[in-house]
Ligand binder design. Structure first.
Ligand SMILES: [Zn+2]
Length: 888
């Protein structure tokens, strides 16, 4: 067995035995203790021979732990949506493992340097092993890392003659998370297995490499979990971040795969780097990267550094743990996307090659950490100590509960879930020049988790000036920008919660908020006439949705009204006891407490101002029957995010219909049809004009059709024309294609360099692509779909879709982008895009026959991280069907 691995490795890397003999043995030449089961004996295939399914990977770790219980323990940390176990293994010497509880206590003490004396600190640093966290396969079709993780665990337990393994065992505790996305990995393996034949096929277009929609990258709800770390929408992410806060890893790896023609990436990272990270953390990248270079040279593998993969967005599997004080890295191996991939140069990349590279990089990481144990343990302490005493920037953040009570409560829990200290301000105070009549929340940014707290909570994390200059230079040369992800993520902005940045630390005593504390509800006492639910935030809309599902008759107001001395905003919902189920009181209390919602009792129906409940200003709420386009033609991220938000955050079940089926499906049973963003041939290919006619009839008959993001392109296409919006080319761009219809065109003279530049300007250019900034939107108070947005909101804008302003008689612009001076709420947007986006539509609706056509020009539910826009979506999903003229 051992000998066979050795030979396989030799062959894979084309090394001669003579060449190897010239240097010390590598881990690929290790001898193994036969008391520890190898993969072949446990699962029937060797490392790299087959793509190990997620359940078998977990089984193998459990088998290893049974064989060496004194040196390895397996911990369950989450269950995927589809019911699969997520686990991590902790591996160390028997001596280290025997004091695991003490180590965990020491780690928590080291993570909060504020109360430590110098002597206590040095004692902790002296006795702690370096904690190394190796995470694999967060993207389910990036397959080789999981088997590398299994091989790393086996090697650390079973290698008998490897000095690298010995160093690691002596100085490190290694945590292996082998399958971060079991549902996605399972999906990939299914499509691969169904397509494979007599032999593995390296042809890149073979079906075994060509995954059907949605592919294995995402989890069950089609989230890219390498963007989810701070927003924590998915159970896999929540379990993993909680485990990291338990173990406080100092060196962290998130192992991926990239295109099969590429080699291997490890840090140093590309620019830009988030400014909260320190030079010392980046030096850690150099120490580990140089060790990898040594190993990759010895095994004959290519690599690259400092390109493509940056460290700016805090939601990656490397940046989030880094902002907790660690040194964290993304590794990328070229993917065989199966068992073998023929590269453009004709060479074959095998699955085993990928497993070997990730295995060597994993060991090299743990080795570099172990050899520099004190440096990494002390570095972790120092980052968290320095984060507690930062002098620049705001000192504290206050969150108000006043305009978005439910959103502020949810945001406070999300902040606490990241290990960031946050406290609840007692009601009615003024601090940092801000009045907080309903209390709110206080975050002192000078705290051990201050790096993460700062970048998540301050209004803006600026891009470095020299990076921006370089991007502007690239744009003038017609080159793409080099940002890997968005430039804005400020949580108060994304949650539409008013926040205040304090220059000094206010003295605000309060109770700590915990992640799992129940949401506060305000249930009214039973009242004679019935109840009113103020339409003020998304939690209130969720209460209405829950009651509608239970068959409680309700009516929503088109305008504000005053009753019993209190004014309720447009959208607010009234329930009359006389027509409600007998157990109305208990239903209201139960749902309000579960959700954390608010309602008031009404002893009378007499309004002092505004319409009476019997007025046509009040419309009957229906429990909306919701369908959405799904499958080929839709963008998995957008489709999954939309379905997740409606189902899991608001309890609204969604029927998903393959886009191509929409044209022939009977849609009359639905109140709402949603079109998420497109991919590939999009809706033009899948739905086409026949399907568009069917969608038009759906709206005419009283349905609400809602397009999100670039689905707006489809419904505004002149051939389809469900909304009179048009997409713009870049302002000031030359029109025409410059080429005549005939072979010969009129002669021209280019006078000078300026004329040359003008001749080279692209024709009909699109606006430059926005990498992602949060832009302010303002509400049209006359539109019922703007209920709850009198203060406006912010929307994430990516890409280059900008739509024309639409005349008042053609459609309602419900939310539009703010003017140029106040447009950017957070992040970076090119000057030309600011000028062209200002005042343009974000949310548009038009009554079409008995129903509505609605478009969000940007996707509000992408990544599920813009909770501040949820109410706008719920307005379209709940209030528009109430205002439909459908005959029932
Ligand atoms: Zn990846």
């Amino acid at each position: 067995m051992t000998h066979r691995i050795l030979l396989a490795a030799l062959t894979a890397f084309g090394l001669s035995a003579a060449a190897l003999a010239q240097s010390a043995p590598t881990p690929l030449q290790a001898r193994y203790d036969t008391a520890i089961p190898d993969l072949e004996s446990a699962l029937g295939h060797d490392f790299g021979e087959e793509i190990t399914p997620p359940e078998e990977a977990v089984d193998y770790l459990r088998t290893l732990a049974e064989a060496a219980p004194d040196r390895m323990q397996v911990f369950d940390y989450a269950t995927s949506w589809e019911g699969r176990d997520l686990v991590y293994a902790v591996i160390g010497s028997a001596e280290t493992m025997a004091r695991l509880d003490g180590i965990r206590a020491d780690l928590q003490a080291l993570a909060d340097p504020r109360g430590l004396s110098g002597a206590e600190r040095d004692t902790l640093i002296g006795r702690l092993p370096v904690i190394v966290w190796l995470g694999y396969g967060v993207h389910g079709d990036e397959i080789s890392s999981t088997d590398a993780g299994l091989r790393t665990a086996y090697h650390l337990l079973a290698a008998t003659n490897d000095p690298v393994a010995n160093t690691i065992r002596e100085n490190a505790l290694v945590i292996i998370d082998p399958v971060q996305n079991p549902d996605g990995r399972n999906r990939f393996i299914n499509s691969f297995t169904q397509a494979r034949g007599l032999q593995a096929d390296g042809y890149r277009y073979a079906a075994e490499h060509d995954q059907p929609w949605p592919g294995g990258r995402h989890n069950h709800y089609l989230f890219d979990m390498n963007r989810d770390w701070f927003i924590m929408t998915q159970p896999e992410t929540r379990g993993r971040t909680a485990a990291m806060l338990d173990w406080r890893p100092m060196v962290i790896v998130d192992a991926h795969e990239m295109g099969g023609d590429q080699s291997y990436f490890f840090p140093p990272v590309a620019d830009p780097v988030n400014p909260v990270l320190t030079e010392e953390q980046l030096e850690g990248h150099d120490i580990i990267g140089q060790n990898h270079a040594m190993w990759f040279d010895r095994i004959g593998s290519d690599y690259f550094t400092r390109e493509i993969f940056d460290a700016f967005y805090p939601g990656y599997g490397d940046t989030w743990p880094m902002m907790q004080g660690g040194v964290a890295m993304t590794y990328e191996q070229g993917s065989a996307r199966g068992l073998v991939w023929t590269r453009r140069n004709g060479g074959d990349l095998t699955y085993a090659d990928g497993v070997t590279n990730h295995f060597i990089a994993s060991l090299s990481t743990a080795q570099a950490a172990a050899e520099n144990r004190e440096r990494f343990v002390r570095g972790f302490h120092d980052v968290r100590a320095a984060a507690s005493t930062i002098a620049e920037g705001p000192a504290a953040i206050l969150l108000s509960r006043e305009t978005n009570r439910w959103g502020a409560e949810r945001l406070a829990r999300l902040i606490a879930r990241q290990g960031i200290e946050i406290s609840r301000i007692a009601g009615g105070t003024t601090a940092c020049g801000t009045a907080l009549p309903e209390g709110g929340f206080h975050i002192d940014l000078n705290q051990p988790a201050g790096q993460l707290a700062r970048t998540l909570l301050q209004r803006d994390t600026p891009l470095p000036d020299d990076f921006l200059d370089a991007q502007e230079d690239r744009r003038t040369r017609g080159l793409d920008h080099e940002l890997y992800d968005v430039t804005a993520w400020s949580l108060p902005v994304m949650f539409n919660v008013d926040s205040t940045e304090c220059a000094n630390r206010p003295n605000l005593p309060g109770d700590a908020v915990t992640a799992d504390e129940p949401m506060p509800a305000e249930a009214a006492a039973s009242a004679r006439f019935g109840y009113v639910i103020p339409w003020t935030d998304a939690g209130q809309a969720r209460l209405v949705a829950a009651l509608a599902a239970d068959g409680v008759p309700m009516r929503t107001a088109a305008s504000e009204f005053t009753i019993q001395g209190e004014t309720f905003p447009a959208g607010s919902v009234v329930i009359a006891r006389a027509s409600a189920p007998a157990h109305l009181d208990s239903l209201m209390r139960l749902h309000a407490r579960t959700i954390g919602a608010v309602y008031a009792g009404l002893d009378t129906s007499w309004t002092e101002d505004g319409p009476n409940f019997g007025s046509s200003q009040f419309a009957d709420i229906v429990a909306p029957r919701i369908a959405m386009a799904w499958g080929e033609g839709t963008d998995p991220n957008s489709a999954g995010g939309l379905r997740y938000v409606l189902e899991r955050r608001y309890g609204l079940p969604v029927t998903v219909i393959r886009a191509a089926t929409l044209a022939r499906a009977d849609l009359s049973g639905f109140d709402v049809i949603l079109l998420p963003e497109q991919r590939g041939g999009g809706y033009a290919a899948e739905i086409g004009e026949t399907g568009a006619a069917s969608l038009s009839r759906f709206a005419q008959a009283g349905g609400t059709l809602i397009a999100l993001g670039d689905a707006t392109r489809f419904i505004t296409d002149p051939e389809i024309n469900l909304l009179p919006l048009r997409r713009e080319r870049a302002a000031d761009t030359p029109t025409g294609n410059g080429a005549g219809e005939t072979a010969l065109v009129p002669g021209s003279v280019i006078e000078d360099n300026g004329a040359l530049q003008a001749a080279l300007e692209p024709r009909n250019a699109r606006p430059d692509t926005a990498p992602g900034a949060l832009l302010n939107v303002t509400a049209n108070a006359d539109a019922f779909l703007s209920a709850g947005y009198s203060q406006g909101a912010a929307a994430m804008v990516t890409g280059s879709d900008i739509y024309t302003a639409v005349p008042l008689d053609e459609a309602d612009t419900v939310l539009r982008f703010a003017g140029p001076d106040t447009l950017v709420a957070s992040g970076h947007l090119w000057e030309e895009n600011i000028a062209q986006t200002a005042y343009k539509p974000f949310l548009v609706s038009r009554r079409t026959g008995a129903g509505f056509v609605v478009a969000f020009t940007q996707d509000p539910t992408a990544r599920g991280y813009q909770e501040g826009l949820d109410l706008a979506l719920l307005n379209a999903v709940i209030l528009a069907p109430a205002r439909s003229w459908r005959l029932r």
